[in-house]
Design a protein around this ligand. Structure first.
Ligand code: PXP
Length: 248
């Protein structure tokens, strides 16, 4: 069975759009709450929760992670960059695993994979620090043989293959086939190097049909489309409830 890691970053994105500067919760009305959605996701069948604390704190805040951890039922996969500040923070939060991702302040979301091959020494040092603390690392990389080999060389036990190019190619049959073949090859290389291979980014309710054909993926980490689905499935109910309350 392929495991499902649910990424709740964009629950926090929505909250930050309105309540970025709030320091108190106004009795719980600073919403939506990423920790509460993480607990709901766990009850609904998520195998794990992913949160990305970005250097610029644009969505998930450290307090969200701490609150989630107080009542977690599954496990936290914490995404952070390789910066010393973020590595120290992740070590102090003691997640079950970390996923190391590139960060560029101007990007809307994580765009490319981590350049492990080009930052071998820093990547090795960070992987070692987490492994010494008993926290397995995953490296978010493009499905590229040189990045997979570098990840194995520095002894990261896991990688996460970036599925963004595949997701963008989904509606163009030729590109879709090519991107799926690239991912498949990345999977095979990863597995042959002894890596546990997770995957994610841009997976939605359409392209998951193709994504799940990739034999060997241990876990998919999925966020944006789940948050969007929750919005569209819940919108009519939310309007009806408000309509009824105004009528009463
Ligand atoms: N994996 C990683 C490493 C990510 O950074 C993200 C979010 O950017 C995801 C998976 C989930 O991507 P999405 O929100 O597109 O499902």
């Amino acid at each position: 069975m392929i495991l499902l890691g649910v990424n709740v970053d964009h629950v926090a994105t929505l909250r930050q759009a309105r309540y970025r500067d709030e320091t108190n919760t106004h009795g719980g009305f600073v919403e939506p709450d990423p920790a509460a959605m993480a607990w709901l996701a766990e009850d609904a069948g998520a195998d794990g929760i992913t949160m990305h604390v970005r250097e610029d704190r644009r969505h998930v805040q450290v307090e969200d992670v701490q609150r989630y951890l107080e009542r977690k039922k599954t496990r936290l996969n914490l995404e952070v960059s390789l910066s010393p500040e973020m590595v120290d923070l992740a070590l102090s939060l003691k997640p079950e695993s970390v996923c190391l991702v590139p960060e560029n302040r101007k990007e809307v979301t994580t765009e490319g994979g981590l350049d492990v091959a080009g930052n071998l020494e820093r990547s090795r040092e960070v992987v070692r620090a987490f492994l010494d603390a008993g926290i397995p690392t995953s490296l978010f990389i493009d499905p590229d043989t040189s990045q997979l080999e570098a990840s194995a060389q520095i002894e990261s036990p896991w990688v996460e293959l970036h599925t963004g190019s595949f997701a963008r190619a989904w509606f163009e049959p030729e590109r879709r086939k090519k991107e799926l073949a690239t991912l498949r090859q990345g999977m095979d290389v990863g597995v042959s190097l002894g890596l546990r291979v997770n995957a994610g980014h841009g997976i939605n309710y359409e392209n998951v049909e193709g994504a799940k054909t990739l034999d060997g993926v241990y876990e998919y980490n999925i966020g944006h489309s789940i948050v969007c689905r929750a919005l569209s499935n819940g919108f009519a109910d939310a309007v009806q409830t408000m309509r009824r309350m105004l009528n009463e």
